[in-house]
Unconditional design. Sequence first.
Length: 375
Amino acid sequence: MSTTHVPFVDLASQHAEVAAEVEAGIAAVFAKTAFVDGPAVADFEQQYAEFVGVDHCIGVGNGTDALELALRAAGVRAGGEVVMPANTFIATAEAASRIGAVPVPVDVDDARLLLDPDAVEAAITPRTQAVAAVHLFGQLAPVARLAEVCDAHGIPLVEDAAQSQGARLDGRGSGGLGRVGATSFYPGKNLGAAGDAGAVTTDDTTIAAEVRRLRNHGSSTRYVHDVIGMNSRLDTIQAVYLRAKLDRLEKWNELRVRAAARYDALLADVPGVRRPLLGADGTHVWHLYVVRVADRDAVLAELARAGVGAGIHYPYPVHLTGAYRHLGLGPGTAPVAEAAAGEILSLPMHPHLTEAMQDRVVEVLAAATAKRGQS
């Protein structure tokens, strides 16, 4: 692939590694006609539970459903509040809203842009029913401190682990550090499906049983429906694809770690580029490599003109989106998250990123930021 064009992600190279295995797995599914909740789904659920280090993995249709089901099973109800970071994908808030609960976006720390435990504690009220900790960009939120806050108030810590498959703390994986975790296997994730897919992970047998019931039309016995659920089962074909990729996830994450270290070295002396900061708590699996620059939109446009794929995760804090205008939380609600939203820039990051590609990214980025500095 030419280094004059650097893709933000490279799903084709990932697929090439697993194509033969996936083809054989799909053929087996059709041979057995095990299209819904077949052996392939059970196998993936078991293997992913072992990967995370939990007793239960329940595959579902997508990451948003996973979040909603995790919150519902953890006790979130209509009218309750769910505290979460302001700088998250809207699905974190949307999952709470779909229950009838109220998202409460709070600020993050300036160093790593992760949920600030002090801000969480200040936001807890008698209506708070959960805290949603988002492991942003592939780095774990400060779960030990957040767990202390949650335990002190008797509320569950729910992990949004969509960007952090493989991140670990003291031997436990992302999705196994709170009461319950939810993850997305959207294609661009570290562990990505060939479409939409998600999962809920937990050690809590009661929560696991409730998620299984809710994802299956509120039924644990056929045609017996005690609660209103949804139809959100992990597709068997996606389970085959995910199982093949799971065997390679550790290697792919290590390649991301190496690429991030090389970015750090290449950008160390580039003026005007603020590199991501690593915390001491747990590993980082570099779903995204996010720098901060002034005049970000102009820099992004220059990268695009030069054929360098880049992105923004995310350009608007939750409370400043049109969907959540009704919360009545204007600018100044989360000053760190709001300021960062105008500076963050996600550089190309994937397991098949070559050194030549990285050299090109840094060359173009350095030229773009130098131009801004001279203007």
